[in-house]
Write a protein that binds this ligand. Structure first.
Ligand SMILES: [Mn+2]
Length: 310
C-alpha cells in the first residue's frame, strides 16, 4: 500500500485545487487499488478555493514544494495538467500512476502503463464528476459544491468556447442536487474573488503557464476580472511586472490576457520575444495591449493558435 500524492498544476486555479481534492476523496472512498490518496497543492490557494473549502469543512491540501529522488519513487496522480513545465519540481523522480486532465498532451512519456483520463471537456472537475458514476459513487453535497464551483470558474459560467455538452449536463445535475442555479452559483464564486485588491504582480503571476514553442520559452498568463477598466488603468505597472516575472522564470517572452468575463473578451499584452505569439494571434505588440473580442479561453483561443505556428 502506498500513499499517492494527487495534485494540480503550479499557480493552481480553482479547477486544479478542486480536481485534486475531490478526486483524492473519491479514490479513498472506493479504496482504489488499496492505496491511500492525499491531495496536495503547488502554490497558494486561490481566494475562492479557500472560501469554498472552509464552507464545506474540507481540509486544505498541504503545499508540495518538490519531489526528491528515492529508491522507491513517490507515486503521483496529476490533475488538470500533464506537462512537466507546469508541474512540481522533481517530477522526473516520481512515478506518475494517473492523469485526469483536459489539456493538450505535451511531451508526456512514462516508463510503465498508467491511468490516463484525458477528455477535451470544459474543466477537469467535470471529468471527476463523471468518474463518480464510473466508480459507482454519488458525490456528497460538499463534493458537489466543490466540483460545480470549479466547473463554473473554468468555463467562465459555461460561456467559454471550451464548454461542452458534458459540462452542461453535469453542471445541471450537480446544481439540481444542491438546489442551486449553476450560473448564479458560479457568479457568486467569481464575486468572492477580491478582484479590487489585486496588485500588478498578482495579476501577472496568479494564473500563468510555461509553454515551449519552437525552441523558445513562452509564458502565457490570464487574469480574469468582472471589470477590466481597473486593470487597464495600470498597464505600465503591469508591463513592468511582466518583465520581472519573465526574467525570474528565465522565459523568452510573456503574454498576458486580461479577460473581462462581463464584456466577453481579453485585452492581450505582450513583452519580450513574442514574434510567435503575434503570428499565432494575428496581433501586434501595442503599448496598451490589443482587445480581442470573444477571447475567453487561454487554452483554446490563445495557447492553441500560438502552438500551431510553424
Ligand atoms: Mn482546468
Amino acid at each position: 500500500m502506498s500513499n499517492v500524492l494527487v495534485f494540480g498544476h503550479l499557480n493552481p486555479d480553482n479547477d486544479a485545487i478542486m480536481s485534486s481534492v475531490v478526486l483524492s476523496q473519491l479514490l479513498n472512498q472506493v479504496n482504489y487499488n488499496g492505496d491511500t490518496y492525499e491531495a496536495r497543492r503547488l502554490g497558494p490557494l486561490p481566494a475562492e478555493a479557500e472560501k469554498l473549502l472552509a464552507e464545506t469543512d474540507t481540509p486544505k491540501p498541504r503545499m508540495l514544494n518538490a519531489i526528491k529522488e528515492k529508491a522507491n519513487p513517490q507515486q503521483v496522480v496529476l490533475t488538470d495538467h500533464n506537462e512537466a513545465g507546469q508541474s512540481v519540481e522533481g517530477l522526473e523522480f516520481a512515478q506518475i500512476i494517473g492523469v485526469v486532465d483536459h489539456h493538450r498532451i505535451g511531451n508526456f512519456t512514462t516508463a510503465a502503463p498508467l491511468h490516463y483520463i484525458g477528455l477535451p471537456w470544459g474543466s477537469s472537475c467535470t471529468i471527476v464528476a463523471w468518474l463518480f458514476g464510473i466508480l459507482g459513487q454519488r458525490p456528497t453535497d460538499a463534493q458537489a459544491k466543490l466540483l460545480l464551483s470549479a466547473m463554473m470558474t473554468d468555463t467562465l459560467m459555461l460561456k467559454s468556447p471550451t464548454t461542452t455538452e458534458f459540462d452542461r449536463i453535469f453542471a445541471a445535475q450537480l446544481g439540481e442536487q444542491l438546489g442551486v442555479d449553476p450560473i448564479k452559483f458560479g457568479m457568486e464564486v467569481f464575486l468572492s474573488r477580491p478582484s479590487g485588491s489585486f496588485t500588478p504582480e498578482e495579476m501577472v503571476g496568479n494564473d500563468i503557464k510555461l509553454f515551449e514553442v519552437g525552441g523558445t520559452k513562452l509564458l502565457i498568463g490570464q487574469y480574469e476580472t468582472v471589470d477590466k477598466s481597473r486593470a487597464l488603468g495600470m498597464v505600465p505597472e503591469i508591463r513592468e511586472a511582466m518583465k520581472a516575472y519573465m526574467k525570474k522564470k528565465g522565459a523568452d517572452g510573456i503574454v498576458l490576457c486580461v479577460t473581462d468575463i462581463m464584456e466577453e473578451g481579453s485585452q492581450v499584452l505582450l513583452e519580450g520575444e513574442t514574434a510567435v505569439a503575434q503570428k499565432g494571434l494575428g496581433i501586434e505588440d501595442v503599448a496598451e495591449g490589443v482587445w480581442m473580442p470573444g477571447v475567453l479561453s487561454r487554452k483554446k483561443q490563445v495557447a492553441a493558435p500560438i502552438m500551431a505556428v510553424k
